[in-house]
Write a protein that binds this ligand. Structure first.
Ligand code: IYR
Length: 219
């Protein structure tokens, strides 16, 4: 590993003149504001190349010391998806039936979630996101959760822009993913993301976002 600064390059031109900044950011915000977490998927395939490009967007995220401490395992094999579903549902049953405090279950009630996770089998692709920690083959990363979180944000935004539905699924603990997907111990499950098109007639809960005035403070 070099202890020298990397050679300097000019900043790339983003190609947006200031008089287009507002319309461009508004279009982007409108696009992202229309995203909804979807829990019912059709088996309609993802158009070729879309997952690769979305993952390229994810890999473009900034990360602590540019270590890029993420790994994306794309599961499309039906047998593996079935096993993933079974293992995740086993964890989720413990969560919903025993581990979750009443307060947590009450917070989830409006979403209508339970231990049943058919999307893990029904979506054409399931992206399993891992954090890559220090190991025999990997350097020490920094700000892993922040870096992986930003990367997942890029991924969800890119998939949404491509017209695909996503679900951010968080079975806990996620250790079962290492054995199931044959990943080394330094990789730790962070998130499971079913990707595809919504099932016909799929619905989303009527919940709303906080107004900007509640989430932003100007000083
Ligand atoms: N991990 C569970 C429970 C769950 C937790 C939160 I916080 C949510 O926003 C949604 C679900 C599950 O995936 O069902």
């Amino acid at each position: 590993m070099s202890a020298e600064p990397a050679p300097a390059l000019p900043v790339p031109d983003y190609g947006v003149p200031p008089d287009e900044a507002l319309s461009r950011v508004r279009d982007f915000a409108d696009c992202l504001a229309s995203r909804r977490t979807v829990r019912e998927f059709s088996d309609r395939p993802v158009p070729p190349g879309v997952l690769e490009e979305a993952l390229r967007a994810a890999g473009a995220a900034p990360s602590g010391a540019n270590v890029q401490p993420w790994r994306f395992v794309v599961v499309t094999d039906p047998t593996l998806k079935r096993r993933l579903r079974a293992a995740a549902e086993a964890e989720e049953r413990v969560f919903y039936e025993r581990r979750a405090p009443e307060e947590w279950l009450a917070a989830l009630a409006p979403l209508g979630t339970d231990a049943s996770k058919p999307s893990l089998e029904e979506a054409p692709a399931v992206i399993v996101v891992f954090e890559v920690h220090r190991g025999p083959r990997t350097p020490r990363p920094y700000y892993v959760k922040e870096s992986v979180g930003i990367s997942v944000g890029f991924l969800l935004a890119a998939l949404h822009r491509a017209g695909l539905a996503t679900l951010t699924h968080t079975p806990s603990p996620m250790r079962f993913l290492n054995e199931l997907l044959d990943r080394p111990a330094e990789e730790r499950g962070n998130l499971i993301i079913p990707v595809g098109y919504p099932a016909e007639g799929a619905t989303v809960p009527a919940i709303s976002r906080k107004p900007l005035s509640e989430v932003v403070v100007w000083r």
